[in-house]
Design a protein. Structure first.
Length: 267
């Protein structure tokens, strides 16, 4: 059973609802570029012409979901301002680095950055949120965001619709090698888990050092913390010093025995 048959068994309008929800989720920070579901939606419209889903319905559905999610982020930032950055949901979706980059671009380019962010996957969500916190006028936000969406959404959706047969051929090739794809996905998941475990150990180590320094500062004062840092730096420097070339410590030089000839010359 292919993807189109799977959705149609739940009703002809199911695909529109699913795509609407997916685009809302990508606008709210789901780690999936909206170009991917746009391509899938165009492919589903073009693979079976004359049957649902229809392109002329899918296009306004995608536009409404995408611009709607952008507007919700804008109003969220405008309503709560800088305080929203401290909320757990925002801190989980948007990193401080992303927010700093978006804020600097907004200060430099204003509402024009909202237009450019539509074509920059890593800055879409923070750009629309920062546009709200920066109090970009709503009319200007709608102008730039709507204009960018009117360019990108029909273009990607239309290209996928036109080249649906070619995409179907690619899908069949991928289906033949689904075992390889599954193996690659498993390896990717394993690599991600290993990375997270190692990152967790590094965070735990930093937390342990910070707690130890805090305890020393409370118990013995700042001087004890400075002594602790000095001892740690000295130990690190000792580890970095090169070892003797042939192993072992260098032997001290033997004292030179007096030469009788030198004594005779001195006399």
């Amino acid at each position: 059973m292919d993807l189109l048959e799977f959705f149609n068994q739940f009703g002809p309008n199911t695909i529109y609802i699913v795509m609407f929800v997916v685009f809302l989720a990508t606008g709210f920070g789901l780690p999936l570029p909206e170009d991917v579901p746009l391509t899938i939606a165009g492919y589903l419209c073009g693979i079976a012409p004359g049957q649902p889903p229809y392109f002329w319905i899918m296009l306004p559905v995608c536009m409404t979901a995408i611009v709607g999610s952008d507007t919700v982020l804008y109003f969220f930032g405008r309503r709560y301002g800088v305080r929203a950055k401290k909320l757990p949901v925002i801190r989980r979706l948007l990193s401080p680095r992303q927010l700093m980059r978006a804020e600097s671009r907004i200060r430099e380019h204003g509402g024009k950055f909202v237009f450019a962010a539509r074509f920059l996957p890593g800055l879409r969500t923070p750009a629309f949120f920062v546009a709200g916190t920066s109090k970009v006028p709503l009319s200007r936000f709608f102008l730039y965001d709507g204009l960018a969406a009117a360019i990108s959404v029909p273009t990607i959706l239309g290209l996928a619709y036109v080249f649906a047969e070619e995409l179907e051929h690619v899908r069949q090739l991928i289906a033949r090698g689904e075992l390889v794809a599954t193996s690659a996905a498993v390896l990717a998941v394993v690599a991600f888990v290993v990375f997270q475990v190692r990152a967790g150990k590094r965070r735990k180590s930093r937390l342990t050092r910070a707690l130890a320094q805090r305890w020393l500062r409370k118990r013995h004062g700042k001087a004890a913390v400075n002594d602790h840092h000095a001892q740690r730096d000295a130990a690190a420097q000792a580890r970095r010093e090169p070892a003797p070339r042939f192993g072992g410590a260098a032997k001290p030089e033997k004292p030179r025995s007096p030469d009788p000839d030198d004594d005779a010359e001195a006399a």
